[in-house]
Design a protein around this ligand. Structure first.
Ligand SMILES: NC(=O)c1ccc[n+]([C@@H]2O[C@H](COP(=O)([O-])OP(=O)(O)OC[C@H]3O[C@@H](n4cnc5c(N)ncnc54)[C@H](O)[C@@H]3O)[C@@H](O)[C@H]2O)c1
Length: 268
């Protein structure tokens, strides 16, 4: 079976969750600039969503993207207004720090649950709503914003790390099950990106941890995502070092754990 036809932005109808800020807003801008006919945005941040709506011009939905009924209603409304959706960007995400950086179990259980809900369950919700439509349409694409933390780890936030590992696992399943039906998946896995998620003064706050390979601008990450989508690629790693780290982790897991312990000691 041939691989799914790569996503073509021109004339497409797209949905971007977490689209009011950061990487999501940059994705919406990039898709519009590449010729998308309609880019709808979903976000809980109603003030930023209203501002983004003026700029992007598509429908906006102040919804919780892990809520199946709300996402289902959103997709129906977008289809009615603009036609079949060709790209669903499951991008909204949250991070919660470990209260004790020397104890990966120190965050309250509800912090783990919240991270799983937004960072992974919302991707499953998107797929539950979109898959039957994509199968009827003969194809479609998901852009799932994961993180390098899902491939490697995130020092200082176990809830984030484990929810992003789950998200990459779901993206893999979605990609190999959908492949023969023309459904494509791109997993976007950056390291640090200059958004509200990493704080106002990330160079100081991250202290050589997550920013060890530099902080990218959201626009650079969105451009890398679009390139991956239009080339029909699964994994997009805007920070080039990430692939080498994955290889080192796979080659010698014990050595990698030792290296992470050393890095944690140096940044915490
Ligand atoms: N900034 C980074 O360094 C970085 C690195 C790797 C991956 N990511 C991922 O990129 C994605 C976008 O994050 P960002 O950096 O742009 O952060 P951001 O905080 O600027 O944007 C995240 C957006 O998601 C929205 N959101 C959160 N929970 C939601 C919910 N339940 N329903 C609807 N909207 C919700 C927020 O309101 C916000 O607008 C996330 O999945 C994040 O994990 C970020």
């Amino acid at each position: 079976m041939p691989a799914p036809t790569p996503f073509q932005p021109k004339g497409s109808v797209c949905i971007v969750t977490g689209g009011a800020n950061g990487i999501g807003l940059a994705l919406a801008r990039t898709l519009k600039a590449a010729g998308a006919a309609h880019v709808a945005l979903a976000d809980l941040d109603e003030t930023a969503l209203a501002e983004a709506a003026v700029e992007i011009g598509g429908l906006t939905f102040p919804i919780d993207v892990a809520d199946f009924a709300a996402v289902s209603d959103m997709v129906e409304a977008v289809e009615e207004a603009a036609g079949p959706v060709g790209l669903f960007c499951a991008n909204a995400g949250i991070g919660i720090a470990d209260p004790d950086p020397a104890d990966a179990s120190s965050a309250p259980l509800d912090a783990f649950e919240s991270c799983f809900r937004v960072n992974c369950i919302a991707h499953i919700v998107a797929a539950k709503v979109m898959m039957s439509r994509y199968l009827r349409q003969g194809g479609g694409w998901f852009l799932n914003t994961v993180s390098a933390a899902g491939l490697l780890s995130q020092i200082g936030s176990a809830p984030y790390s484990v929810s992003k590992h789950a998200a990459i696992g779901f993206a893999e399943s979605l990609a190999y099950t959908g492949r023969d039906s023309g459904v494509g998946v791109t997993a976007l896995c950056p390291q640090a990106v200059r958004t509200a998620m990493i704080g106002e003064n990330p160079e100081e706050e991250l202290k050589g941890g997550a920013d060890v390979d530099g902080i990218l601008e959201p626009e650079e990450v969105a451009a890398a995502a679009l390139e991956g989508l239009t080339e029909g690629r699964f994994l997009v790693t805007p920070h080039p070092h990430v692939r080498g780290y994955m290889q080192a982790k796979a080659a010698d897991y014990d050595r990698w754990i030792g290296g992470m312990a050393k890095l944690r000691r140096s940044v915490m």
